[in-house]
Write a new protein. Structure first.
Length: 366
């Protein structure tokens, strides 16, 4: 699968852009602020239907325009897949997938697998557990729709329990909370096991990718909870086995939850960590090791999606090579897939890879 064409109208810095990329490697070269990342953001938006920068839709509209439009066509063995999105200023966006409104946006991401590496990915290593939970859950949902539904249902049940706690506080009816605790225990145990199974699946690829980009030690995920301790290989991967533990933990925390008017433990508070041998990658790894580990995480996601869909995802690499030493850059080259790749850089000589070069300048890509 590859992106065959991209059209932008009043999207970010682009008033009008028609881009026909190469099905292989595409290197976008331009000064900082020229709009290279905006192109990658548009490509990513066609798959995820959200900005990989975390920006709200309104921020994607070119200043002074009434609406932003992004369209694209992906060539697959079964024919072209077309995505069209109109983002009106102050109104709900309109999404068409092959000319029809998709019943679920998650369907688009599953049909159009894409992986992006961004400079902000260092936050997966340096930041709190929320970013790592999001990485795991996003990959789960894209690999397994039923597991993604469990994640969504857990979040829904959590919001409803928290709504009750906020409204009622210590006066909340205990029988009603019992019902929500049972629901959270059931769904939370599923989320927990989905996460452990995903980490089992990507562990070999993650370790291999890290070594390829210059690491000499073992890169692994850890998984700590407030209700089960630290999960290891001996921890059951069967959802039903963990319902009693989560139910009991919720009961033991009930008085605190009532006082704080929120749910203070569960999978939404779990702490996935990353270790380089015995060292915590967040606090005890060098900048180069953290960057290599972040690349390893994205390559692991890429390989998992490629295996699941039996076709290579589109790969976006935003300013990857500028911070890499020659050894790590050579390792990245070994990991580049045979599918379509987009690379941005301010200096062409920093990207030691063959491919079609594109000049990005003043709202044009040539």
């Amino acid at each position: 699968m590859h992106l065959a064409w991209l059209e932008l109208r009043d999207f970010r810095s682009y008033e009008d852009l028609d881009f026909r990329p190469d099905p292989g490697v595409n290197v976008l070269v331009g000064r900082n602020g020229a709009g290279k990342t905006n192109v990658l953001e548009a490509i990513g938006y066609l798959s995820a239907l959200r900005s990989f920068r975390g920006s709200p839709d309104g921020a994607l509209i070119r200043a002074g325009a009434a609406a932003g439009i992004v369209r694209g066509g992906f060539d697959r063995a079964a024919g072209e897949v077309r995505v069209e999105v109109e983002i009106p200023d102050g109104a709900r966006r309109r999404v068409l997938f092959n000319g029809k409104r998709p019943q679920r946006f998650a369907t688009v991401a599953r049909e159009l697998p894409l992986v992006a590496f961004l400079p902000d990915d260092l936050g997966l290593l340096k930041g709190g557990p929320g970013g790592r939970r999001e990485y795991i859950d996003d990959l789960i949902a894209r690999l397994h729709p039923s597991a993604g539904a469990d994640l969504a249902e857990y979040e829904k049940a959590l919001r409803q329990r928290n709504s009750l706690l906020r409204a009622e506080g210590p006066a909340a009816d205990s029988l009603t909370i019992d019902v929500w605790d049972e629901r959270l225990a059931d769904l939370g145990s599923r989320v927990f096991t989905h996460r452990l199974r995903l980490l089992d699946r990507i562990a070999p690829v993650l370790a291999d990718a890290y070594r390829t980009v210059g690491g000499t030690e073992e890169l692994t995920f850890t998984y700590a909870t407030q209700w089960m301790g630290t999960a290891g290989r001996e921890t059951s991967r069967e959802p039903g086995d963990h319902i009693p533990a989560l139910r009991d933990a919720l009961m033991s925390r009930r008085s605190r939850d009532l006082d704080q008017r929120t749910t203070t433990l569960g999978p939404h508070r779990d702490d996935p960590g990353i270790r380089i041998d015995a060292r915590d990658a967040r606090t005890q790894a060098s900048q180069g090791e953290q960057r290599s580990a972040a690349l390893g995480l994205r390559i692991a996601a890429y390989r998992a999606l490629e295996s699941r869909h039996d076709r290579p995802p589109v790969l976006l690499l935003d300013d990857v090579f500028s911070e890499l030493d020659p050894q790590r850059a050579a390792g990245v080259l070994q990991l580049l897939p045979k599918g379509q790749v987009f690379v941005t850089t301010a200096r062409d000589d920093e990207v030691p890879v063959e491919g079609r070069r594109w000049s990005v300048h003043d709202g044009t890509v040539t």
